[in-house]
Design a protein around this ligand. Structure first.
Ligand SMILES: [Zn+2]
Length: 776
């Protein structure tokens, strides 16, 4: 059928001069392959943004756009959108040699050691001094540097910190403080290692530019290097490192007598010019031309490695860049007349943290609230067969339209996937509420390796990606669709955050109503076991356990549900679109007469006990004997106690008695003293919102608590059910306020779920234990 049609068109073209318009040029994978070859050639020096290679890449693309007569969409009628980036680079020729008394050894960069960001430069030989944790807090009676002079030497310390020290020393245990201490005390550099057995190869220190000193080097090393430093040292000292992990005791400072030869030439430039390349085809419709469909990918890569390897980045991401270019070329050539404006974007600075796409999303030239969708391509030249299309959970309306309109032969190889933020340039779009899609083909082999070259690119993958995205753009740019639903951005955050539904329904009902859940915005549902009237003691317990077991069986059978076991399994199940259920007790009658039962119930799989009116825990003297017994039972069992309706003095009594964190729920904030105590006891406060709560007033209270002691101890607790429209709408209004107040990722995550999960873990006695490092 297609052959006949094209023959027909060809004959038209031959015989009628006006029919030239009809003949469409298809996506040419060979042409795209040529762009990749050019972009991923050695002469482009790895296309790192902020460097000549990055600029060459941008110029190459812009000159093609000009040649193809695409409209410029950058600054002042050019193809370039200018901005500055923070530029860091390690020059070729790094060296680390450890010189012991009887042996010396060179270590491989990238394998055995790395230069951390914000390291300065150095070319020196210096003695190595072991400093334990590297914590310098004499004002708190802790100083790992006591009795040793590190001036002109290089210090070695572990990046991990026992909880005990963290608690006692607070900010002084932060990595930036440790680096600052080494700098202040005159060391020339720091070598960092991890106690845990896992490799630190991809480990990145969270340092800030304030720690950058031009002549202070910051390196991280694998255990291999530590082993070599320590291999000839006396027994007592050899055991001091494992002892740090095991007993969390103070390590001994040690002048090793071993030396290091370090050669690092690091560059840090706070402001370097960089630019995105932008072209467009302006929409043909009077009104719709002010709406935008964006396709893009990052053009930058990693430059030249400190070992001198040119990182060509053919798949990452000359491939995505080439597909964007080729789609632009054929749309122009075919005289495409999309109703909306189509923007072709090649981003700079992706590898340094999505800098180019962030700049575009923050810029108002092409407003985000007028942007229909963004399709990102990053690594589309490897793999075989299918093309995963990530992001349908966040842009269901867009995907619905595409599914209706795309030809079957394309739909056959496109695999819709949930998607979400992270990893590439679709992220800044999602965060502004724009449906952000991400195409990355399977088999990202040679990722961030010097062997990511153009000879490994598969033209058939470029072709499939190109045909799909080209067809998708044409649809999105001209069809009508439900592109701008109200509260688009809020809805993204509702979906993206791990959302707990605190509405404590009965477990059996939750299972019954939601067993077919799929991609719900409710990620974790708290549910309770009902205490049947007239039952007490063993009768009540047996009834509860029976109900729990039968509900558990139902959960296991239900496709859309899973039962809570850990925060990591929660994350995994969310990614699969499931809702996780966590059950607890409504009241404490099931163990009030016999506290040992608390433990049994926890072992069976219950996580919390909700106490609405805790007056029975108190008498005139304060906490009653029974109250104390119950707190003890709760502590021993690992149950998390959610307490509602206590006043300030009662909360204080409970906090003082409990050895483990508690969670207090209330509609109004506790006084300052209680807030401080909640923080001190690592407990949590859940601010309750009811149906009639004013979202703005509610948020203001949240914010007041945040300002007082931080979000680490704060939870949003809903009374209206979040599955229903009313609860959802209410939550969206609160999210509006959270966005306005620019809460960062950590704050948002805390108030939605992280604080709750942390308190739960602590109540259960789970701690992130440091795995002992055994170097010998
Ligand atoms: Zn990439």
């Amino acid at each position: 059928m297609r052959i006949f049609l094209s023959l027909f068109l060809t004959s038209l073209f031959l015989f009628s001069p006006t029919a030239a318009k009809v003949k469409k040029v298809a996506f040419d994978a060979q042409a795209a392959g040529r762009y990749i070859k050019d972009l991923a050639s050695d002469s482009m020096q790895g296309r790192k943004s902020g460097q000549p290679g990055g600029a060459m890449g941008a110029e190459y693309i812009a000159s093609r756009f000009e040649e193809w007569d695409l409209e410029p969409a950058g600054d002042n009628g050019t193809y370039y959108q200018n901005f500055t980036i923070e530029h860091r680079d390690i020059k070729v020729g790094v060296e680390l040699e450890i010189i012991a008394e009887n042996a010396r050894r060179d270590f491989y960069y990238g394998e055995d050691w790395r230069v951390q960001r914000f390291s300065g430069s150095g070319n020196f030989t210096a003695e190595i001094v072991f400093i334990g944790y590297g914590i310098h807090a004499p004002e708190k009676e802790h100083d790992d540097y006591a009795g040793v002079d590190v001036k002109g030497k290089i210090v070695v310390f572990t990046t991990e910190t026992p909880q005990r020290l963290k608690k006692k020393l607070g900010d002084a245990t932060k990595m930036e403080k440790r680096i600052e201490a080494a700098q202040k005390l005159g060391a020339r550099g720091a070598i960092l290692f991890r106690l845990s057995t896992t490799s630190s190869r991809y480990f990145r220190m969270r340092l800030k530019k304030e720690q950058y000193k031009p002549d202070f080097v910051i390196l991280s090393v694998e255990r291999k290097v530590m082993d070599f430093i320590f291999k000839d040292l006396s027994t007592e000292i050899r055991y001091s490192i494992p002892a740090m992990g095991r007993k969390a005791e103070l390590p001994k400072t040690l002048e090793t007598g071993v030396k290091a030869f370090v050669s690092v030439n690091a560059i840090f430039d706070e402001k370097r010019p960089s630019r995105n390349v932008l072209a467009k085809i302006t929409g043909s419709d009077k009104t719709l031309k002010d709406e935008y469909v964006v396709i893009g990918g990052h053009m930058d890569h990693l430059g030249i490695s400190p070992m001198g390897d040119i990182m060509n980045g053919a798949n990452d991401n000359a491939s995505g860049t080439a597909v964007v270019m080729e789609i632009a070329r054929i749309m122009k050539l075919n005289r495409a007349k999309p109703k909306r404006t189509v923007i072709f974007a090649l981003w700079a600075g992706e590898e340094q943290g999505l800098l180019g796409s962030k700049h575009y999303a923050d810029d108002s030239t092409f407003p985000m609230n007028k942007t229909v969708a963004y399709i990102n391509m990053d690594m589309v030249g490897h793999g075989s067969g299918k093309i995963p299309f990530q992001g349908v959970y966040y842009g269901p309306q867009t995907w619905k339209l595409l599914k209706e309109k795309l030809p079957k032969e394309i739909l056959d190889y496109v695999m819709p996937r949930r998607g979400g933020p992270g990893g590439s340039d679709h992220t800044p779009f999602l965060e502004k509420g724009v449906p952000g899609f991400f195409v990355m083909t399977r088999g990202a082999i040679k990722y961030h390796q010097s062997r990511d070259d153009s000879d490994l690119i598969k033209p058939e993958m470029l072709k499939k990606t190109g045909d799909f995205v080209h067809a998708a753009v044409k649809i999105l740019a001209s069809e009508s669709g439900d592109f701008f639903p109200p509260l688009r951005r809020e809805t993204y955050y509702l979906k993206y955050q791990n959302l707990i539904n605190f509405e404590l329904s009965l477990l059996s009902e939750v299972v019954e109503h939601h067993k077919d859940a799929k991609d719900s915005h409710v990620d974790l549902q708290l549910a309770v076991m009902k205490e049947e009237e007239g039952l007490s003691g063993d009768g009540l317990r047996i009834d509860i356990l029976k109900k729990f077991l039968s509900a558990s069986e139902e959960i296991e059978k239900a496709k859309g549900l899973s039962y809570y076991s850990s925060s990591s399994s929660l994350t995994r199940d969310i990614r699969q679109g499931k809702t996780t259920i966590m059950a607890g007790l409504m009241g404490i009658n099931a163990f009030r007469d016999d506290p040992r039962w608390a433990q049994v119930l926890v072992k069976q799989g219950l996580y919390f006990a909700f106490v609405d009116d805790p007056s029975f825990l108190f008498d005139e003297q304060g906490l009653s004997e029974e109250g104390k017994k119950i707190i003890k039972a709760v502590n021993n069992s690992g149950l998390l106690l959610l307490v509602k309706g206590v006043d300030g003095s009662q909360a204080k009594l409970l906090l003082k008695e409990s050895k483990r964190p508690l969670a207090f729920l209330d509609k109004s904030l506790p006084d300052k003293e209680v807030m401080e105590l909640i923080k001190e006891k690592e407990s949590a406060f859940g601010l309750v919102w009811s149906n009639d709560a004013d979202p703005v007033a509610y948020f203001n209270k949240l914010d007041e608590f945040k300002k007082a002691v931080g979000t680490e101890y704060l939870m949003m607790v809903n009374e209206p059910c979040l599955w229903g429209q009313a609860g959802k709408d209410q939550m969206l209004k609160v999210i509006t306020e959270i966005i306005k107040a620019k809460y960062d990722r950590t704050d948002r995550s805390n108030i939605y779920s992280s604080t709750f999960l942390r308190v739960l873990g602590k109540a259960r006695g789970e701690s992130s234990r440091v795995v002992p490092y055994m170097p010998f």
